[in-house]
Write a protein that binds this ligand. Structure first.
Ligand SMILES: Nc1ncnc2c1ncn2[C@@H]1O[C@H](COP(=O)(O)OP(=O)(O)OP(=O)(O)O)[C@@H](O)[C@H]1O
Ligand SMILES: [Mg+2]
Length: 363
């Protein structure tokens, strides 16, 4: 990482035209050899994100780096931008390649260094777009630094039309140094914890009522309607950046990453009632998936979570073992990784350090 940080100091990125012209123009003769990026993978809590952020601090001298994003957020945003770009009647005739080309230009104008936290491919829309998008980025001299829970060869494993995705994996290996952060320690578990932030004792409602009263100085709170991509979501009670909802209200409704992101950007603290045990079996699979997305979004925005649950974090998700000794077979590998990640995060979210961290507000 230090070598890459040094190389980036001398790296002359492609010259791009101003945003107004839509078309991307760049001068190949200004590109010096593009340094290889880094793809860092390993188990939950092994320090990948921490290392990437240390690296970015060195590279950007402590300033906020606009191209450091959570990978899901980046893809969601990219799909939305393609959609918007296509609304333009002139653009319609040009097709998706032109949209990707123009948008890549905008990204690289910020910086040729792209830092993606939690690189993962879980749906066909992303899988099919990634090859085109990254071929374009790499051909224009982008440098990718990414963290992931999986080695490149395991990305999108078992996904529909995976053969079309394989060339991307090869390109990724060519353009990045692939490094496994081999650590048997989940550093999150070593953190000093604040008691009863994650509560699974008797009288959970009364416990959370008390915390609400402490945080609001006994104010009542009122509902808030959030506008989400043409729909609205009512948060039953909120008071100055603090929201209170039940698990059912958030995870048993047709909500997705964009909805949870708006919640995470709007509130610095969420009091969440009644997280149930989601296993054994897969009958609550959709709730389990939504809960993963919710926790990932809250964690990424450093939202403080105070909650009541039916059991400790380790027991929330299905952990049945089949006769071959594998985990719950009806969930994909990607989801089993995600269960472990969420459990690890739920531990960190009770730590003093996390509770003292600053809420990431919308840029
Ligand atoms: N070597 C280390 N020494 C001390 N603390 C560490 C170390 N590595 C990580 N940590 C701490 O452990 C916690 C988890 O680290 P981090 O978020 O970087 O893990 P991660 O590998 O990105 O996990 P995930 O796969 O869940 O995203 C953080 O609070 C971080 O500060
Ligand atoms: Mg991480």
């Amino acid at each position: 990482m230090q070598v890459l940080a040094d190389n980036l100091k001398h790296y002359r990125p492609p010259v791009l035209s101003p945003a107004k012209s839509q078309a991307v123009w760049y001068s190949p003769w200004t590109i010096k050899e593009t340094p290889k990026g880094i793809y860092l993978y390993g188990d939950v809590g092994s320090g990948k994100t921490m290392l990437m952020d240390l690296f970015l601090d060195v590279v950007s001298g402590g300033k906020k780096h606009k191209n450091r994003v959570h990978f899901n957020a980046f893809m969601l945003d990219f799909h939305n931008k393609i959609h918007l770009w296509r609304q333009n009647p002139a653009a319609k005739k040009l097709g998706q390649d032109s949209a990707v080309d123009a948008l890549v230009g905008d990204i690289l104008r910020e910086s040729p260094l792209l830092c993606f936290d939690e690189f993962q491919v879980t749906n066909i829309a992303d899988a099919m777009l990634l090859g085109r998008l990254f071929n374009n980025l790499w051909s224009k001299g982008a440098v990718l630094v990414a963290t992931s829970n999986r080695p490149p060869d395991d990305l999108y494993r078992g996904g529909i039309q995976r053969e079309s995705f394989l060339p991307f994996i090869e390109k990724l290996k060519t353009n990045c140094i692939i490094h496994c952060l081999d650590s048997t320690i989940d550093y999150r578990l070593l953190n000093e914890k604040i008691r009863d932030i994650y509560y699974h004792g008797p009288k959970p409602k009364e416990h959370l009522d008390r915390i609400w009263d402490q945080l609001t100085e006994c104010r009542e709170g009122e509902p808030l309607v959030l506008q989400l991509l043409g729909r609205s979501l009512t948060i039953p009670v909120h008071f100055r950046g603090l929201a209170r909802c039940s698990f059912e209200e958030l995870c048993n409704q047709p909500l997705g990453p964009a909805d949870f992101r708006i919640i995470a950007e709007t509130f610095h603290t969420l009091i969440l009632d009644d997280i149930p045990k989601l296993g054994p079996g897969v009958t609550r699979a959709n709730e389990a998936r939504r809960f993963i997305t919710l926790i990932d979004e809250l964690y990424n925005q450093k939202v403080k979570l105070v909650c009541s649950a039916a059991c400790p974090p380790e027991d929330i998700f299905p952990r049945e073992v089949d006769e071959k000794g594998k985990n719950e077979v009806s969930f994909g590998d990607e989801e089993i990784f995600a269960f472990n990640r969420v459990v690890s995060r739920l531990h960190e979210m009770q730590s003093k350090a996390y509770l003292e961290s600053k809420h990431v507000l919308k840029m």
